[in-house]
Write a protein that binds this ligand. Sequence first.
Ligand SMILES: [Zn+2]
Length: 473
Amino acid sequence: MTWETVIGLEVHVQLATRSKMFCSCAAAFGEAPNTLVCPVCLGLPGALPVPNAHAVRLGVRAAHALECVVHPVSIFARKNYFYPDLPKGYQISQFDRPLATAGRLQIDSPDRGDITIGITRIHLEEDAGKSIHDRFPGLTAVDLNRSGVPLAEIVSEPDLRSPAEARAYLVALKQILVYAGISDCSMEQGSLRVDGNLSVRRAGDEALGVKTEVKNVNSFANVERALEAERDRQIELLSAGGTVEQVTMLFDPVTGRGRPMRSKEQSHDYRYFPEPDLPPLVLSTEAIETERQLIPELPRAKRERLIAQYGLGPYEAGVITADVVLADYFEAVVGAGADPKTAGNWVMTEVMTGFNETEKLEVEPSRLARLIALVTDNTVSLQAAKKVFVALRSDGDDPEVVASRLGLIQVRDPGTLEAWVDEVLAAHPDEVARYRGGETKLLGFLVGQVMKRSRGKADPVGVQPVLRERLKS
Ligand SMILES: [Zn+2]
């Protein structure tokens, strides 16, 4: 029996605003508990919410970036439930009249290649607070700094067919949201959270199977693992003649298994109704259009342009455009005169290593371009240039000055090269005789010996003619 896996994802992203969704408290991470609060986000009686215009704009921008229809009128609604970290007893969200619907996202599926995943809807909402279970033994503490932080919930169609495809979707979605300045999408700081809905059905069936929800996943890799575990669990259950119950599974990254948390609420359990304290959210055509204009070149378009404009391979272009900061840096290095392929190799290796270590690009594009030029004209070897690059990360000098200080400038002075060559020829009489007897491929060996004797400083291009000349006689 073959089974088909059907996955839809709900992604909550924190919108990159300074303040919260309905009050002016800071939407910052890492502050002391319960310091970023006011009567509105504490849910005190009589406090009234006021929508954050910037959060709305970022939501509209997300909708454009995902090719959604943006609705000029949407409605905030109360989603009622009880939880200790939800002081109002409801969350302000959007329900049957969301901000945007019917979008799509193109992704590179590891299984199916280039595919389009439908975006069902994007709606705006506020976050709840945070229950902290590990701070006081036997007690649960509540931190309301997150209460009221602006979120966009991005719901996909059940178009994904494997856990690996779900991960590819998340990677593509995150790239777009970061590129467009909508969210920093930091899973560590809780500004991107993923819930997955998964069901399986017999291959060829049209109807969807019973789905479960997978929650509590802290990385894209673990989303994939959690979905795999849930897919396997459902297939095992159904293959044995059992049935899948609609539950929420909490994933444990240590055991790699999910455990059922509670039966999943139906939307009517939340008793949604229009938020009486807020009028409908009305957006002018102009306001909607303005956000469209603010969308920068997105990762896919940038990747294709780098391939067309600079002759990069698809793999290189994919690596370089994964982070817009690296892509911009690459183009600046090329703009400063470097050969694109060479610049691309540098960005994917030494530059990325440094960036991953410090999250900074310490060597200005113009200085990397000059360093590349030093390699091209054989002033320094590629190996030496890598050492120079490491030095340049903490040193503001010109690459040539640094290379010189480190003694890495290649020696081209004929007298010095001749001296090294003569020493090598004297030390290898057998090879010299064989070369003169016609074994000309020994030239490479002799060049290597000269490089060794010069401790890598001899210019290999300059060494060859000197060797040939000396071997003639
Ligand atoms: Zn507040």
